[in-house]
Write a protein that binds this ligand. Structure first.
Ligand code: USQ
Length: 382
């Protein structure tokens, strides 16, 4: 299968490209280094230096004999993206090319505008490039569980049947995101749904929870092939941050009461989910929405697990609640359905003590590179 990966330099994009290439697919990556630029501008560089995308492609090619095509450019520029789609003729497009940080999107006007413009424009351009040049192509869009927010009812898998005044119909599940970044994903879903029902596109929208980890079959081949591992307040997700904090001897930063519950998944399971979505596509004219996570934890539960495993490795791990920089419910009901990916064949890699210990050992090897100034939150929602 020819798979085009938009945002191929990202935490998920790069492991995804290697994953497809190693399984005999033809992979092509596109990126404009937006995340690297923001990381430099906000002092949020990752724990290890990552070679740039062209270098990674060359290193992976020389170590594995799998070739990945690569173009550096901006998917928000339609002429660039349509040229790539016209020439590569993808059968699937994995769309990760978004500004992915909630805190960055809440930093100020410029950051909010960049997030809105980039995320919506890339989605819009991907839709049009498919309509004009590859109408059979399956768009696999990375959405987020954060689109739903934390309602006081069970969260369905994308859709809900509503009965009103004696009549029934099915609608997108109500969404109420907690940051501008998450709101751009809500808007993406609406845009995709419009083009699916009107022009018969074929789309999978994956509602993914926070991802953790830095290991995959291909990432493990060589240190230079590792994903970008962030632990700062802008790009670092909570599990990765807690691991680095445990190693650095910084108290684990539980925001507020710590009852915030989310659905988490291992990087290896993201790769499985994307591959399952690609190899088992929906029909044309279908918007398939899948809730992509394997386990639910509260922030307090995560902190306690990292503390316990850290102490087994001889680390002295303290947990400290700090004032929550975000506006979010700190104690809430959370029961999202997530059958779809299991039915497609997902075999979860759960967050066992061994998995946490493996990640802690990896971070320990990079201990000298941790910059503790990047850890405490620098952005407040309001
Ligand atoms: N949190 C802490 N302490 C920290 C960092 C985070 O208590 O040091 C809390 C947050 O307040 C939040 C939860 O942990 O309640 C998750 O935060 P996160 O930073 O790991 O995740 P989030 O900002 O929601 O965003 C991340 C990715 C985003 C993706 C999303 C999935 O950056 O791209 O869409 O996870 S989800 O959270 O399900 O919406």
């Amino acid at each position: 299968m020819r798979v085009l990966i938009l945002g191929g330099d990202g935490y998920l994009g790069w492991p995804t490209a290697m994953h497809f290439a190693a399984r005999g697919h033809e992979a092509f990556v596109v990126d404009n280094y937006l995340r690297r630029w923001i990381a430099r501008a906000t002092s949020s560089e990752p724990l290890m230096d990552n070679p740039n995308l062209e270098e990674r492609v060359a290193i992976f090619g020389s170590l594995s004999n799998h070739r990945i095509g690569c173009a550096i450019g901006d998917c928000a520029d339609y002429r660039f993206l349509e040229r790539v789609v016209r020439e590569f003729r993808p059968e699937a497009i994995v769309h990760y090319a978004e500004q992915p940080s909630a805190p960055y999107s809440m930093r100020g006007y410029e950051e909010a505008r960049l997030t809105l413009n980039n995320n919506l424009n890339v989605t819009f351009n991907a839709i049009w490039a498919v309509l004009e040049h590859a109408p059979e192509c399956h768009i696999i869009k990375l959405g987020t569980m954060g689109e739903y927010g934390t309602p006081d009812i069970d969260i369905e898998e994308g859709w809900i049947e509503i009965e009103h005044k004696g009549r029934k119909d099915t609608f997108l599940f109500p969404r109420q995101a907690g940051s501008l970044y998450h709101t751009t994903k809500v808007l993406d879903t609406d845009l995709l749904w419009f083009y699916v029902r009107t022009f018969g596109l074929r789309v999978t929208d994956l509602m993914q929870g926070p991802v953790y980890g830095l290991s995959s079959d291909e990432c493990d081949i060589d240190e230079r092939l590792l994903p970008n591992f962030h632990y700062d307040d802008i790009f670092g997700t909570v599990v990765n941050r807690f691991l680095v904090q445990a190693v650095a001897g910084v108290p684990l930063t539980v925001y507020g009461k710590g009852g915030q519950t989310r659905g988490y998944l291992n990087l290896r399971d993201t790769l499985q989910c994307i591959e399952l979505a690609a190899t088992k596509p929906p029909e044309r004219g279908e918007l398939r929405i899948l809730n992509q996570f394997t386990e639910r934890f509260s922030v307090n539960e995560l902190a306690e697990r990292v503390q316990r495993v850290g102490e087994q490795l001889g680390l002295d791990v303290e947990i400290r609640s700090i004032d929550n920089p975000r506006k979010e419910r700190e104690e809430h009901y959370y029961n999202p359905v997530h059958h779809g990916l299991r039915e497609l064949g997902l075999k979860p890699h759960l967050m066992t003590d061994e998995v946490l210990a493996g990640m802690l050992r990896h971070v320990l090897r990079c201990r000298g590179s941790i910059d503790t100034k990047k850890i405490l939150p620098r952005v407040r929602w309001a």
